[in-house]
Design a protein around this ligand. Sequence first.
Ligand code: RRO
Length: 317
Amino acid sequence: MTDLSTTVAGVRLNGFAYNACGVNDEVLPQLLKISSSDSAAILLKSVSINPRKGNESPKYVVKSPLIPGGTLNSIGLSNKGLEQNLEYLKILKSETNKPVFVSLTNFSDEENLELLKSFQKQNLADLIELNVSCPNVGTKGLLGYYPKKLDDYLSKIDEVKTGIPLGLKLPPYLEEVHFDEVSEVILKHKIDFIVCCNTLGNALVIDPVKESVLIKPNYGRGGLGGSYLKPIALANVNSFYRRLKGKVDIVGAGGVLKGTDAFEYLLAGSCSVQVGTGFAQQGIGIFKKIHDELKKILESKSYKNLNQVIGSLKFID
Ligand code: RRO
């Protein structure tokens, strides 16, 4: 029997995969559905202090022959706000033993600190993910792409850190120097885990028949997710794994649609994966599917647990 349990920043999960932030995780009925599924944790949609409606529709292409391998979104950070999410957390923690994770928006350092303090005071979240990589709001640039600004921001966060493990949801990086610089910042601030990675921002999909974009916001551009992202996200996981191994846990995200995808993330160095596009396209059953398929793969290779595989990717001499 292969054991699929794992830990992220010391939090025990009884499976390898859980829901990615932003897919079917904004309101209580959706969260309760995740709670009763095979998702190994429940991750709430990124929270801002005030409720937000997000961008105008159409804003999310989930299944289209024009983008068969993935999704395009410019949801614009719709969420029910701090107060409501604190309430959701209370309900979820009283109804389930599953770990419940929170994601915080990054509109300003002040707002971020207030959000962080509120969740720390309530002390119910098992993990807090700081989303420094939403590609669809604001024009000041993604914090994740500016290591110096990220460093300054995390210095403020350091001052209010408590016992709840803290992680960063990072954007996809494409340059070696980014992996070096961001790793340095992560180690300096003793970040407990990272998630690699958010959608690839400002992608454009065109309908040649209608001669039109597919989504309304931002001239049709949005975050690209799914299979298109997988090779990039795997490279991000492994590039950080080689730098942070043993010090910072890495959660993979991007195109986990089946068991083999999850297995590849394990090889690259992930201790867990988030499922976004797969959940949006295939529904709640995907968590059991990935669990069963991954188990089969590991058993066929006689692996007894995930630790035997994490980061064991072979390179060519
Ligand atoms: O809500 C969104 O538009 C969104 C967010 Br917060 C994010 O982190 N990543 C994404 O692709 N969309």
